[in-house]
Design a protein around this ligand. Structure first.
Ligand code: G3P
Length: 194
């Protein structure tokens, strides 16, 4: 029962679509009609508003951190992980947006950071290195997702490796359109319109 509660709690926190809320509040219209149509920070950056993109990144990340840490404090470590995964589901499939949400990169980063700081940091470094080399946000996200379970396994944390693999599977699955564009060589560079 506690597990279901933790999952639902995480889902509700994760379902707050910060990219949409912030761009609407700033009078930029509906972010789902811009660029890739995604509600994440990468797409908010395509509006040209860097502070808003940074705020989206931070708030999407923090909802992942908050879901895991609050649930862990209330109901224990396993509930924390369940709430973290719930936050991912909430971000990707928010009830408020007809279950059409984001790709879960920032929220996943927050969840991994809260699960183990070194895991979140490792994944973030892989994202940064790949995005710096390719200038493509989705390439960074996919590389970071692939690396996260490996980092946890190398550290001997098989529980976290499994958890990170679950998060990675969801995030990579949500990147299907990006993968098609990457293969076709049409994925836009960071900051460019899709
Ligand atoms: O954070 C999502 C990113 O990996 C891709 O975003 O807008 O290019 O689909 P976007």
């Amino acid at each position: 029962m506690t597990g279901v509660l933790a999952l639902a709690f995480g889902y509700l926190l994760g379902s707050i679509p910060w990219g949409l809320v912030l761009t609407r509040a700033a009078g930029l219209g509906d972010i789902r009609q811009i660029g890739s149509g995604n509600i994440g920070a990468t797409n908010v950056l395509r509006t040209g508003n860097k502070p808003l993109a940074a705020a989206t990144l931070l708030l999407d990340l923090l909802k992942g951190v908050a879901a895991l840490l609050l649930a862990a404090a209330l109901w224990g470590e396993t509930a924390g992980l369940l709430a973290g995964f719930g936050a991912m589901l909430g971000h990707a499939f928010p009830v408020w947006l007809g279950f059409k949400g984001g790709k879960g990169v920032a929220t996943g980063g927050g969840v991994l950071l809260a699960a183990a700081w070194w895991l979140g940091l490792g994944a973030a470094l892989v994202w940064l290195a790949t995005a710096f080399a390719t200038r493509i946000s989705s390439a960074g996200a996919i590389a970071a997702c692939a690396a996260a379970p490996v980092i946890a396994a190398v550290a001997g944390r098989w529980d976290l490796a499994l958890f990170a693999a679950g998060i990675a599977a969801l995030v990579i699955w949500r990147h299907r359109p990006n993968i098609e564009r990457l293969l076709a060589g049409t994925e836009p560079r960071i900051g460019r319109r899709a």
